[in-house]
Design a binder for this molecule. Structure first.
Ligand code: URA
Length: 208
């Protein structure tokens, strides 16, 4: 069983409070999503395998390292877009595979509307990004799709989770490590995380 990592880093906690604030405007909100995503990505990639190499400095050859595995980020559209852009800034060799899943507002079940994964897996590590792990339905569906595709190592990176979402994802896919900035109190009757931050898509894109 992989672990659930909830960041205790002071910078993550500081920025998370700003992100939650209802007065935070979309521009600042997007900036905070990116910054927190990068800090969580740093934590989630501590175990990336390295290949040794030699690099020539202006003075002499030096021993160095390169990330050995092919890493892909899979943003769940549309709220995961900001997080995906942020992690690609840190590791520009990453592949980005978009997955369009929306929650049916009546049944709260995920529906796939966009999936352009190539026929064969071209990455060793798949990192799903979605800011809100609410019911967990979309995350479980995304992992199902990636596993059917042939993905071997899968991690989930989110900002805020409800206990219900963590539980569902862990039960369905215990081999997926989960990285978060917080686990909140509960889901309300409309499927929103409480206290959460509202709708992460609307708040990033100024809609709603
Ligand atoms: N999606 C969101 O954007 N916010 C929630 O609270 C739950 C799902």
């Amino acid at each position: 069983m992989e672990e659930v990592h909830v960041s205790t880093h002071p910078l993550v906690l500081h920025k998370l409070a700003l992100l939650r604030n209802e007065l935070t405007e979309p521009k600042k909100f997007r900036e905070l999503v990116r910054e927190i995503a990068q800090l969580l990505f740093y934590e989630a990639t501590q175990d990336l395998p390295l290949a040794p190499l030699t690099v020539q400095t202006p003075l002499a050859p030096a021993q160095g390292y390169a990330v050995a595995d092919r890493v892909g980020v899979i943003p769940i559209l549309r709220a995961g877009l900001g997080m995906a852009e942020a992690v690609v800034e840190i590791l520009p060799t990453m592949h980005v595979w978009h997955l369009g899943l929306y929650r049916d507002h009546e049944t709260l079940q995920p529906v796939t509307y966009y999936n352009k994964l190539p026929a064969e897996p071209d990455i060793d590590i798949s990192i799903i990004v979605d800011p809100m792990l609410a019911t967990g339905g979309s995350a479980v569906a995304a992992v199902d799709i990636l596993k059917r595709w042939g993905a071997k190592q899968i991690k989930f990176l989110g900002l805020i989770a409800a206990p219900e979402g963590v539980q569902l994802l862990r039960t369905a896919h215990p081999d997926v490590a989960i990285y978060l900035a917080a686990i909140d109190s509960h889901l309300n009757e409309r499927g929103y995380i409480v206290p959460g931050l509202g709708d992460a898509g609307d708040r990033q894109f100024g809609t709603g």
